[in-house]
Design a protein around this ligand. Structure first.
Ligand SMILES: [Fe+2]
Ligand SMILES: [Fe+2]
Length: 185
């Protein structure tokens, strides 16, 4: 399987959590209460699965392989993707801080959580579409067979690390727990 196919599959998990997050946002914006523990868990998934696992594979392995294959580092689509990863981290940082205040009883902080998670969801949805439809096809067409084989090895190496497997299992358990609560059976 091509390395970018792993990433497309991970996008499926990330989009599933974004659906949960969108329902949390809807409830927060309509003054229904949302358990701050659930918000923390969604943020844990975003930080560990979407960011430390998935975005790290893109930033540390795929993008460098693309530069090596002649895709420009500056001013091109990869630079846009990197900027969007940072933008996403900032929304999540602000949402996490606001969630601490929300948990402590500050109702207006719930609105800040909602606004930042809404922005995150919108950003990531369009980011994932661009990667699936534009960036990964560029990677596939530029990176030759030796580069693909090297990436395959590196991706498998990352995924096989016991601590990474534990994190991925924990994140998938969070998704399995929150999905029926927010999206029904
Ligand atoms: Fe990305
Ligand atoms: Fe991605």
């Amino acid at each position: 399987m091509r390395p970018t196919e792993d990433l497309v599959r991970e996008h499926g998990d990330i989009l599933a959590m974004i659906q949960v997050v969108r329902e949390m946002v809807r409830r927060l914006e309509t003054a229904e209460s949302v358990d701050p523990e659930h918000i923390d868990k969604a943020i844990y998934f975003i930080r560990n699965y979407a960011d430390k696992y998935h975005h790290a594979k893109e930033e540390d392995l795929l993008f460098p392989a693309m530069y090596e294959a002649g895709v420009p580092k500056e001013g091109g689509p990869v630079a846009v993707m990197l900027r969007e990863h940072d933008e996403g981290r900032e929304y999540v940082r602000v949402a996490a801080e606001a969630n601490d205040r929300y948990r402590a009883g500050d109702a207006t902080a719930g609105k800040t959580v909602a606004a930042n998670l809404r922005n995150y969801a919108g950003l990531l949805e369009q980011h994932i579409t661009k990667e699936n439809q534009v960036l990964y096809p560029i990677a596939d067409s530029h990176i030759g067979q030796p580069g693909q084989a090297e990436l395959r090895w590196s991706f498998d190496h990352v995924s096989a690390k016991p601590e990474m497997q534990r994190e991925c299992d924990r994140c998938k358990a969070i998704l399995a727990e929150l999905d029926p609560i927010y999206l029904g059976e």
